[in-house]
Design a binder for this molecule. Structure first.
Ligand SMILES: *[C@@H]1O[C@H](CO)[C@@H](O)[C@H](O)[C@H]1NC(C)=O
Length: 282
């Protein structure tokens, strides 16, 4: 009988934590390659992924699971070379990229690095809510993202979506459904890629190949089940607890500082794109 007493608590703890990945999970536990063939390589026993871009292709990967809330993060090092014209990305999305699905609203929350000659480095955030995109806010980074790994995060609970760069919140998308602003219930999944959108012009392929690196493939996310959506707002997930409903005063200060000093482009300043969320997302 004794052994039951010992085993029971262990099983119990494991069941509660199952949605909270170990930060250092290997790639294939939570992700799979979506495109790019040999341009994606997994190494270091699954703990690091390289996405390579040259004139023939980029590459991308996706989470295996769909989520209803979570705190998503990745360590990323963007290509060291002059990668003008390229985007290295990490984002949450409701639909397969470029493939609208009948009846599925497009939600997307992006972190995108625009390749530059390094002067300055650019991080672009975008949001698609209820099929409405074109909501970029862009920042100059205060460090060199090509020289080492930094942590990029997207928090998502019923109250807010927050973009973080190394613990500094840079943008907030609040649940403003009462103002008619879209807010996702899920399912959303995680994707990452390196590619070259035509709107950024032609990359200088002679500078390539360009290599982005990703680490830490654990996912803290609530598995989406359409019949049990409420489960994903449960406070048993740490990211749904009160302290994550809004930024604390210190984070609020960091957010204001980042926006004041580093944001150089804001769709809210454009009267054609300005939405009701612009007043309240500060
Ligand atoms: C947004 O907030 C309202 C309460 O203000 C809540 O009822 C609703 O479930 C939230 N929406 C999502 C998608 O979490």
């Amino acid at each position: 009988m004794d052994y039951l007493l010992i085993i029971f608590p262990i099983v119990f703890v494991a069941a509660i934590n199952c949605a909270q990945g170990n930060g250092d999970d290997p790639f294939y536990r939570n992700y799979y390659q979506t495109w790019g063939g040999s341009h994606l390589t997994v190494y270091n026993q699954g703990h690091e992924v390289q996405l390579l871009m040259d004139s023939s292709s980029g590459a991308g990967f996706s989470s295996k699971r769909d989520f209803g809330s979570g705190y998503f993060r990745m360590k990323i090092k963007i290509p060291e070379k002059n990668s003008k014209g390229l985007i290295t990305s990490f984002y949450l999305i409701s639909v397969p990229v470029g493939q609208p699905v009948e009846g599925v609203k497009h939600y997307e929350f992006d972190i995108e690095f625009y390749g530059t000659d390094g002067n300055p480095h650019i991080i672009s955030t975008n949001a698609f809510a209820n099929d409405l995109g074109n909501r970029e806010q862009q920042f100059h980074l205060w460090f060199d993202p090509t020289k080492g790994f930094h942590t990029y995060e997207i928090l998502w609970n019923q109250h807010q979506i927050v973009w973080f760069v190394d613990d500094t919140p840079i943008r907030v998308w609040k649940n403003n459904t009462q103002l008619g602003v879209g807010f996702p219930t899920g399912p959303l999944h995680v994707e990452a890629s390196i590619w070259n959108p035509s709107y950024l012009g032609t990359p200088d392929w002679y500078q390539g190949p360009f290599k982005a690196h990703y680490r830490e493939f654990g996912i803290d996310g609530c598995n989406h089940q359409s019949s049990k959506q409420d489960l994903c707002s449960s406070q048993s997930y740490y990211w749904n607890q009160n302290k994550y409903w809004q930024l604390d005063p210190k984070q609020q200060g960091k957010l204001q500082n980042a926006r004041k000093n580093y944001m150089y482009k804001d769709y809210c300043k454009d009267s054609n794109r300005h939405g009701p969320e612009c007043q309240v997302n500060q």
